[in-house]
Write a protein that binds this ligand. Structure first.
Ligand SMILES: Nc1ncnc2c1ncn2[C@@H]1O[C@H](COP(=O)(O)OP(=O)(O)OP(=O)(O)O)[C@@H](O)[C@H]1O
Length: 242
């Protein structure tokens, strides 16, 4: 069987008792869009940081294409794209220069950069801001730069934490189509969101995180996804009550 693009096995990372994540087993296969949903503070960002090697687990293993993230070689990281926390954009550089720098930092050969930058800027409708300094752009357009920077090198493992943050309805649709296109092309995509209806439109699987644990899955084709979400969360809370 093919290696999962992203996998967590028994991942634990506690900040203080009862915080962080615990006992996480998760896989994102090639061509799969896997969404994480959960209340504020549930542990989604922590899990994504562990999967990206930004945080060391207390125990357990995170892998990308079968490589432990702690020791994965550069060639593996060249196939990873992520946007976790705030989009990183150099405010004095133009939009185009920011995305080009990201492409180079992610190992794209110099001769491929211009075409890749053009392509991803078109995907995110950033063309009209290409020569504007990032520091002068709106929050939503800076988010688009962050997404373009994460995706410019055509990664096969993608991790996006609340990628619709700040996006207008047109941006949400562009992102949706982009994710579906990348998934269909074989990328494994892990995405978190608070927008259950939007998640249901793109995700193949939806996993619910509650108090640092995975507590169940939602059917993306289900009729009342909000109700199903709260049912899982409440059931998890009741199991915790002594
Ligand atoms: N650096 C840190 N130090 C201490 N506690 C932390 C730290 N980062 C996160 N936590 C705690 O770990 C838990 C999970 O936080 P995390 O940011 O992963 O949740 P989240 O699901 O991404 O939340 P949100 O939806 O609000 O973004 C919370 O209780 C949070 O307070």
């Amino acid at each position: 069987m093919a290696e999962a693009r992203l996998a967590a096995r028994g991942l634990v990372r506690e900040y203080a008792p009862g915080t962080g994540v615990s006992g996480i087993d998760l896989e994102v296969g090639a061509g799969e869009i896997h969404a994480l949903v959960g209340l504020n503070g549930a542990g989604k960002t922590t899990l994504m940081r562990l999967l990206l090697g930004m945080l060391r687990p207390s125990s357990g293993v995170a892998t990308i294409d079968g490589h432990d993230v702690v020791t994965a070689p550069a060639v593996v990281w060249a196939g990873v794209g992520h946007l976790v926390d705030h989009p990183l954009a150099y405010s004095e550089l133009t939009t185009r220069a920011n995305v080009a720098v990201a492409a180079r930092l992610q190992g794209l050969p110099r001769r491929q950069v211009d075409a890749a930058v053009d392509r991803v800027m078109a995907e995110l409708d950033l063309g009209r801001y290409a020569d504007g300094r990032a520091g002068t752009l709106s929050q939503g357009n800076r988010q688009r730069i962050g997404l373009a920077a994460a995706l410019v090198h055509d990664p096969c493992a993608i991790v996006l934490d609340e990628p619709t943050n700040g996006l207008d309805p047109a941006g949400v649709i562009l992102l949706r189509e982009l994710l579906l296109r990348r998934g269909a092309a074989g990328a494994g995509i892990l995405v978190s969101s608070h927008h259950l209806d939007e998640v249901a439109r793109v995700a193949d699987r939806i996993t619910v995180v509650n108090r640092g644990r995975l507590v169940g899955e939602l059917d993306p084709a289900g009729v009342d996804i909000e109700r199903a979400f709260f049912a899982l969360v409440h059931a998890a809370e009741e199991r915790r009550t002594p």
